[in-house]
Design a protein around this ligand. Structure first.
Ligand SMILES: Cc1ncc(COP(=O)(O)O)c(C=O)c1O
Length: 385
């Protein structure tokens, strides 16, 4: 099989990831930071080591400012629903995933105002447009670092500077950028960085979280979930300190330990080398697809800074048939449709049909890109019959 659905979840994982998971379940699977026995302490140490790896990976010096959750959707919900109040204004863009838009639409019905800054036809945000959309009620800016539809990377450092100038926190969705190029908490300008573990970070599903920058006070956020933390157990109120404020209930310690193995794998190979490799794969794919008559590519995927997410459309065959035939006839796994981001497709002019998305990962080869281009060419030329 040629797996080109890494924007959904990366596969295969480096062998150390399932190995770490199996070893954790076999040797260390006690509840972390609950009991005083050796296995619980060992599990707790594994989680702390993973917290430290995540913090270092994103350039945050205090691992306790890393909070784990089950995915980035839960992480984003934690901030959006715990921070915004009726009457607040939140500024976002026309390129967001439903992990941002659905919680925002829900909040809208309770009196939160949403300003959506339109992006260009390639999905790029103009920071000046964002600046103009801020008002005296704006309490949060939330933006997608890199598009899961077409790979466009937003000018987040400029957005971060505008946010700082106005004293408004910036929440950054790094679902597609983390693990594709270096993402640094401070340089990105984010006050709160949300990450998911199972895509570019090469960890397992069920992992993700938040990193709170030092300039942001997390006590401003009401936790989404409250409950046992193994700390301050004499109190029936949720602890205020990090990370316990946002980590009620038993953690996915097994997944978290394996996520650390994924991050270590990336760091050992070198983030920049890895980014270059992914870009080469995506460029080969894009250059090949662009030569097929009747194929249109969304976004600007040959731009120097972009993530390896390639979206294409053609009038000759529907994206869903194309994806199905690629799977059935060529064993090429990809995804068709709206990719949980209707707003982005409206921006790119591909709503409501969506696009065919091909997203290579580090384990793909150049040959696989060529095979895919040839398969798409054959199916497009054949048309919808
Ligand atoms: C930009 C973006 N944000 C959020 C998400 C949601 O990720 P998860 O399903 O890991 O919560 C995705 C997943 O595709 C995404 O691409």
């Amino acid at each position: 099989m040629i797996y080109l659905d890494n924007a959904s979840t990366s596969w295969p994982k480096p062998t150390v990831v399932p190995e770490t998971m199996a070893a954790f379940l076999r040797d260390t699977a006690a509840n972390p930071s609950r009991s005083g026995h050796i296995l619980s302490i060992k599990a707790g140490k594994n989680v702390l080591a993973a917290r430290t790896s995540v913090a270092e990976f994103f350039g945050e010096s205090d691992p306790l400012r890393v909070v784990f959750s089950h995915n980035i959707t839960t992480a984003l919900n934690t901030v959006l629903r715990g921070f915004l109040r009726p009457g607040d204004n939140v500024v976002t863009t026309g390129m967001e995933h439903n992990a941002v838009m659905r919680p925002l639409r829900r909040l809208e019905s309770s009196g939160v105002h949403i300003s959506i800054v339109p992006c260009s036809s390639t999905g790029l945000l103009d920071p000046d447009d964002l600046r103009r959309s801020l008002n005296s009620h704006t309490r949060l800016i939330v933006i997608n670092h890199a598009s899961n539809v077409c790979g466009t990377v937003q000018p987040v450092a400029e957005v971060g500077a505008i946010a700082r100038e106005h004293g408004i926190p910036l929440l950054l969705d790094t679902a597609q950028s983390a693990g594709c190029f270096p993402v640094h908490m401070k340089e990105s300008g984010a006050d709160i960085l949300a990450f998911t573990g199972h895509k570019g970070l090469l960890g397992p599903t069920g992992t993700g979280g938040l990193i709170f920058g030092k300039g942001f006070d997390p006590e401003q956020i009401d936790p989404l979930v409250t409950g046992g933390t193994g700390s301050a157990s004499e109190k029936e109120e949720q602890p205020v300190f990090l990370p316990d404020r946002f980590e009620a209930g038993t953690l996915n310690a097994c997944g978290i330990a394996s996520l650390a193995a994924g991050i270590k794998f990336i760091s050992t190979l070198g983030m920049s080398a890895l980014a270059g490799r992914k870009q080469e794969l995506a460029s080969r794919l894009v250059n090949g697809l662009m030569e097929i008559e009747g194929v249109e590519i969304q976004g600007d995927p040959l731009k120097e800074i972009s993530v390896p997410v390639v979206s294409m459309t053609t009038k000759r065959i529907s994206c869903s048939s194309l994806a199905q035939k690629l799977d059935e006839r060529f064993e090429i796994a990809c995804r068709a449709g709206l990719h949980c981001a209707p707003a982005a497709h409206m921006t790119l002019g591909t709503f409501p049909e969506g696009s065919l998305r091909l997203s290579p990962g580090i384990f793909n080869t150049m040959d696989e890109m060529d095979i895919t281009v040839n398969a798409v060419r054959e199916l497009v030329e054949e048309g919808s019959q």
